[in-house]
Each structure stands twice: as structure tokens, then as C-alpha cells.
Ligand binder design. Sequence first.
Ligand SMILES: Cc1ncc(COP(=O)(O)O)c(C=O)c1O
Length: 455
Amino acid sequence: MDTSGVKGIAEYSGVDWTETTGARLYRKARKLIPGGVQLLSKRPERFLPRQWPAYFSKARGCEIWDLDGRHFYDTTIHCVGACLLGYADPDVNAAVQGAIDRGNMSTLNSPAEVELAELFCELHPWADMVRYARAGGETMSVAVRIARAATGRETVAFCGYHGWSDWYLAANLGDHDALDGLLMPGLNPTGVPRSLAGTALPFHYNRIDELEAIIDRTGGKLAAIITEPLRDVPPQDGFLHRIRELADQIGAVMIIDEISAGWRFCLGGAHLTLDVEPDLAAYSKSTSNGYPMGAVIGRREVMEAAQNSFISSTYWTDAVGPTAAVAAIRKMEQVRLSEHTMRVGAKVHDGWRELARRHGIHMKPHGQYPMSHMAFGHGEKNLALQALMTQEMLDRGYLSTGAFTVSLAHTDEVIDGYLAALDEVLAVLKQALRKDDLQSRLKGPLPEQGFGRLT
Ligand SMILES: Cc1ncc(COP(=O)(O)O)c(C=O)c1O
């Protein structure tokens, strides 16, 4: 690994991370905001309890400044993949600024809605029509509503994670851990009407036999079959094509959720590279690079059903969302973004493998190049190793947990710096393993896994 030309690694080893302005503000937030934050994946407890900086004062590219002005490279979830072009992209920001200056909302509608719809349909020739929402979970709720309206059926079968809505959490009403293994364990459906039990039936990715069993059990009366195009592993044995066939056989709507995968593997949904055409696809997150925007795109026969159901919301009409999306999509095309995410993701995987070999640490890459993570192979010591790595990387100016979501801002220089810092940190981890003193090196509790109450 050539680390010449690497930018200097920050020296924050003297910092008491439990007493930064961010850590103190978060302690206050926990008293004012149930759960502390709005998105489980941004809970400081999931990264490094008590020590995580928690809040930012500025973000640009893949760089973040905390409330005390300390500088970090974001080499972790990168805002759960919502800013594929990097934070505060100047071109998207300029377009958004224009929309703000012209007045973001009015009684009349934004023409950007139509421009974006045309762009979506051009990029996905199988789709004829588009409806909008803003967040990912609500966009999926719109997709499911349209599918139920189009088929006149209630039950859906799904795999993967699709947000916080009632239709999805209903899967955990009967069998409390049905959603475990689909992405995140322990999602609690308290507050979801019991009467929805049995309306959302989960199966695992690449387990077509589980879907077939659901179809047998329900007599094929499904409104929709829902899947992500891929997440950790690619489809095997024609998984997506088999879903397509089964959906056609039983008259269900096939929905592909591109909220996380979209735009990273090619310009548009990952299903374009996997050569499968759904009836509906859902987008949000990086579609608009940091500004709220969601879209359901689909075939005319299915999309028209949206007219038979009341699906409507005031802030789904703001101009910033579609303006940001048009600007982001045009830029992703111009910079050939997916070539970058694949190449840089491969470089991160190679770096992890080489460092693991050099330090004699069991550590392996998982997932696809644009959104992957590494996992330690030291049994019950894995979580402590991850925590110590995060703690040590913080001292060196990197937000780093093992997950790595690539953006355009992750240049070769940034990756070289990240791997050089990780090289130092793995030496520390190796020493801790040798001395068997992992726990005593940790300055706070172990990271939280899955979903749980804070207090
Ligand atoms: C595939 C998928 N669908 C839906 C969602 C929910 O999106 P949001 O958090 O914007 O509601 C996510 C979020 O991670 C996702 O990955």
C-alpha cells in the first residue's frame, strides 16, 4: 500500500471525548427528545457510547467539523448513504439556492416535478409515471398503498428493510422477531394496530422457497412482493427473475426498493444492472443528495391506481426536493458516479484485506463495493475490537466504525489517509489482543446493536 502523499493524521489523543460540546449537548437531548435523535442509525450509542461527537457544525465533501471545530473524515455510513455526491455539493446547492430564491412553495406547483418525472422515465424505460413523497419510509408507504389499491388485496410479502411505517412493522405483530435477520433485530411494533397482524409476511433475500411457501399459505392473494434489488449479497439462482415470474403468476405488484441501492451501481436503480423490471420502484436518499425527496416510479396500469386512493401531502410539493434531485441526477451522470463508487469501494476492500493480513487480525470485507462493511472474526471479542477501533480512529480524526459507504468525495487521497490511520489502529488492536486487555482500553461502554430503548 502506497501511503506517500497521505494528508497528516489528526492528533486528538488528548481529547476527553465524553466532555466535548457535542457529547454534552447529546446528554441534554436525551432528556428533551425521546431516543435522543430522529434516526436510529445516527444514535451515538450505536457508534461509541458517551464518546461519539454526536453533532456537526459544518459538513463538506466527506469532511465533518464537530461543535468544537475538530475536523473528521467521514469513513463510515456517510449519512446513511444520502449524500452520494458528498456533503454540500456545490452544484446541487446552487440549484437548491435558486429554488429558495425564487420562493420554495406557492399555491401553484413546481415545474421541477415534471422535469424530474421525465428524467426518471427516461432512465427507467419500463416506467411510465411517477408520484412523489420525501422520506424513504413514506415513499415506500405510498408504493404499498398504490399496490393495494391496484390489486384490491391487503397482504404483502417482502424482504429487506423498508422503514418505520405501520404496514412494515405489522410483520412483527404476530411473531415478535419476524423482522430479525432482515436488516435490524428488535424492531418493536408497539403502537401498530394489532388488527394489521398477518398483513405483511417476511421472507429472506435469496430464499425463493420462503416466498413460495407464503404464496402457498395465502393462496397467492398478495397485493405486492417487495424486495431491495440487493444489499450484502447479489441475487442468486435468478432470485429477482423468479420473483418477477411469481408476481405475474399470482397477479401481485412487484416493488423494488431502491432507497439505499439506487444510483450507486449505475445511473438509476440497481435493478437496471440486474436486468429485472418491476412494476414499481421506490427512490429517496441519494436521489437528491441531502435534500428530502422520494419517488415511486411505475407502469401506467399500476400507477393509475394512485388516483383511486387519497395520497396527498403539502410538503410533497416543495420545489427544493425535485430541483435537488434533477441537479443531483445530472451531476451523477456527468461524473460517472457509479464507476467511482465501484472503484473506490474495491480499493477499500483491498486495503482491509491487506491490513488484516499484515497485522494478523481476522477481519473481512462484506457487502457490495459502494456500501460495505468489515467484520472482525475474533468471536466474543468482536464488539470490543470494533469499539476500540472507533475510539482510536476518533483520536486520529476519522469517523469510522467498519461500515463504509463510498461517495464522490472519497478520493484516492482520502482513502490512502484512512488506510494509513487504520494501519496504526490495527497495530493497537493487535497489541490489545496479545495482552488480552481490550476492555480496559475502552473509555466507555460497548456500542448498542439493534433497536432498543435508551432508558
Ligand atoms: C431500502 C430502504 N428502504 C427504506 C428506508 C427508509 O428510509 P428513511 O430512513 O428515509 O425513511 C431505508 C433506510 O435506510 C432503506 O435502506
